[in-house]
Structures are given as C-alpha cells and as structure tokens.
Ligand binder design. Structure first.
Ligand code: LMR
Length: 394
C-alpha cells in the first residue's frame, strides 16, 4: 500500500508558505497564511495568555482527561462571548474541538451522519479547507455567488438568487465576520434577509466564526451570528480561538449546536461527545483552559480586549494607508475597497499573472487568488506593496 500512495492535491495556502520559506531574498514580504503579525513581523503571545499560562503552571495539579466535550466552563464562556446575554442556553449543546478546523470537520461529520442527503452551500470563494473537507467526506456541496469582482464588494443579489435553489434540510455555510478570503462582509440588513431565506427554505445555517474581534469589534463582529440564531430554529457554529487569542498552535475551537428546543439539547450534546470520541477522543485542553481563565477573570479579560482592540485598529490603519498610497500612486480610487473590507484578508482582484509577477519581481507573497494578509504589512512595507501593485498594473 505505502509504495503506491496517490498524490494529494496541494493546499494553496500551505503551498505559498513553502514558497516563501524557500525564497532567499532578505526583503521578502509574507502576506500569505492567515496569521496575525505586529509591526515587527512577530506573532506575539498575547499578554493575557502569558499571564494565564503562568497561573496555570503554578496551580494546575493534574493533566488527567477533562471530558469528551472539554470543560463545560469553556463552552459557557465561549457561548457567552459569541452569542451574548440573549444566548438561548437551554437549547445549546457544545463541544471543544482541536481548532476551528476541528469544529468545521465535526459539524460536517454531524451533517453527513444525520442528514446524508443534505447539500452544503458555501460561498464562492470560501476558505479552501471548507471545500476540501467536504470533498474528503464525500458530501454534496454547491456554491453561491458572493464576491463581485468589479466592485470587490458582496454580490448580494447574486448570493440571494443562488440561494433561492436551497432545499429543505440543506445547510447554508456563512462566515460570521471577516470573510476569508475576500474581506467583504454582509451588513445587518443583508444578514436578516439571509436569515429569512434560510427560515423560509427550511434549511440549517452553519456559521464559521474565526475572526471575532478582528473586524469592527468583539460585539459588532458577532451581530450577524446572533441575528441568525435569533431567527432560525437551529444553527451550527464552528468557532476558533486561534486568531483572537493568538493561540494558533494550541488548537482551540468549539462546535456549538443551537437546537430547536430545550428537549433536544441532551441528545445533541451526546451526539457531539460521540463524534469527538470517534475522531480524537478528548479534545485538547490547554488553549481552552487559558481562554476560560481569561474570559472569566475581569482583569485578564480587560487586558485581552485592550490588546485585541490594538491589533484590530492596527489592521484598520494599515488598510487605510494602503488604500491611500494606492490612490496616490494610481491617481484613482479603485483600491478604496481595501479600507472598506474587514479582518485580516482582502481579495485584491489581481490576475494569477499579476500575483506571480508581484511574487517573482517584488518578493511579495500572497495567495494565488490574490488574497493578501493585511496583518503581514507594516508602515515600511505598505509603500513597497503599493508600488508593486501599481507597477504590475493590477
Ligand atoms: C488561513 O486562511 O490562512 C488560515 O485560516 C490558516 C489556515 O489554516 O488556512
């Protein structure tokens, strides 16, 4: 068997990571993988995480298993963070997962197991791993239009027209905020229209929320998700702590199932526990414990929010200066969308040849679909990128 393994398709994000590593030019700029970096190019351990780790090191007396769904206190704190004070707690089951990807995978497995005929509708484009996991699981999927290549904003009319074909029992996958890879997001009126459509069709929404706090603010970024939960009888939510707590390698995520009624909660919890047991048994605890400590301690939480807010504002400033610099260099406002987009990413709308030229001639690495990681920039590299974009003629 092992001598004739089939070659697996390359992941375009990981591919750019290796190309970047192999480049020996000293002034190379990495705008590829979605990892936050500060002005010094460092992905810092956040202060509150360090402090919580210190306390944990001093106080933790056992590494014995916690539970198949992780610590209920973690789920409670995260549900509170995402769904706020009006969370329908009596209808909610949740399980810790290895990162947001783990939550996405478990949600897809749940759908496959319980409703094998369902079609999963995802935005075109979406995070590539959504597509490949669905394919890996042999699930039926269809796309809906999302991004207008001309305006670089949401093609809302196209999205709604495509979603009109959703059938009862289908799943509509949405990005909670900071759409990856485009950076273009729904406004609240649009969220409401999507919620109404999902309810009218008898479909189930699934929300992937991996960047809460990176867009318009912690509360603001959760509004769409909260609106969906309030409107729809049931919702699946895959949440990640990788970015907003900066604990990427700790693999800290949560799958939330908002069931149609309190009497469905216990069965849903047992199902999530079962899925965890089948895939990896007990979920990792370290990151989840740090998140719980931070969210339930007033001082740690305040410090975390301050640092997160600094990161968010930093990214917004970089967006504005890049848009301004491009306006100066090109004499047009056609890159104004960069300041309108939110989160770590923007899709520039450059052709594959442009992306290649920017990489080969200017040592600037972005994903092949022209997604760039804004957090990979700093005040010195914004003009370098703007010049490269203007020079290759995007
Ligand atoms: C990204 O989109 O770059 C991140 O979510 C990292 C990943 O795992 O792809």
């Amino acid at each position: 068997m092992l001598e004739h393994l089939t070659e697996q398709p390359k992941d375009k994000i990981l591919e750019i990571m290796s190309l970047f590593r192999a480049d020996t030019r000293a002034d190379k700029i990495d705008l590829g993988v979605g990892v936050y970096r500060n002005a010094q190019g460092v992905t810092p351990v956040m202060r509150a995480i360090k402090a919580a780790e210190h306390t944990l090191w001093e106080e933790q007396t056992s590494k014995a298993y916690v539970g198949l769904a992780g610590d209920p206190a973690y789920a409670e704190a995260m549900v509170d963070l995402i769904l706020g004070p009006n969370a329908p707690k009596d209808r909610i089951a949740a399980a810790a997962t290895p990162g947001g990807t783990g939550a996405v995978r478990q949600a897809f497995e749940l759908i496959k197991m319980e409703n094998p005929g369902a079609t999963v509708w995802y935005s075109e484009p979406t995070w590539p791993n959504h597509v490949t996991i669905l394919k890996h699981l042999g699930m039926t999927a269809r796309t809906y239009r999302y991004f207008d290549d001309e305006t670089r904003a949401v093609d809302f009319a196209g999205m709604m027209a495509d979603l009109d074909a959703v059938k009862s029992g289908d799943i509509v996958l949405l990005h909670g905020c900071c759409h990856n890879p485009t950076g273009a997001n729904l406004n609240l009126t649009e969220w409401q229209a999507v919620a109404d459509l999902i309810v009218a069709k008898g479909a189930t929404p699934m929300i992937d929320i991996a960047y809460q706090g990176f867009g318009d603010g912690l509360e603001e970024d959760a509004q769409g998700t909260r609106l969906i939960v309030a409107a729809c009888p049931e919702t699946l939510i895959a949440a990640s702590c990788s970015k907003n707590f900066g604990i990427y390698r700790e693999r800290t995520g949560l799958l939330i199932a908002v069931t149609p009624g309190a009497d469905h909660r216990a069965r849903a919890q047992a199902t999530l526990n079962h899925l965890n047991r089948q895939n990896y048994s007990f979920p990792p605890d370290h990151g989840a414990r740090l998140v719980t400590m931070i969210l339930t301690d007033e001082a740690l939480r305040a410090d975390w929010q301050t640092e997160l807010e600094e990161m968010r504002r930093g990214m917004l400033d970089l967006r504005t200066s890049l848009a301004d610099e491009l306006q100066r260099l090109t004499g047009s406002n056609r890159f104004g969308f960069l300041a309108q987009h939110r989160g770590m990413f923007s899709r520039l709308g450059a052709s594959p040849d442009h992306v290649k030229a920017i990489r080969e001639d200017h040592a600037i690495y972005m994903i092949g679909d022209s997604r760039l990681n804004i957090a990979g920039l700093n005040d010195d590299t914004v003009p370098v990128l703007a010049k490269a974009i203007a020079e290759v003629g995007v």
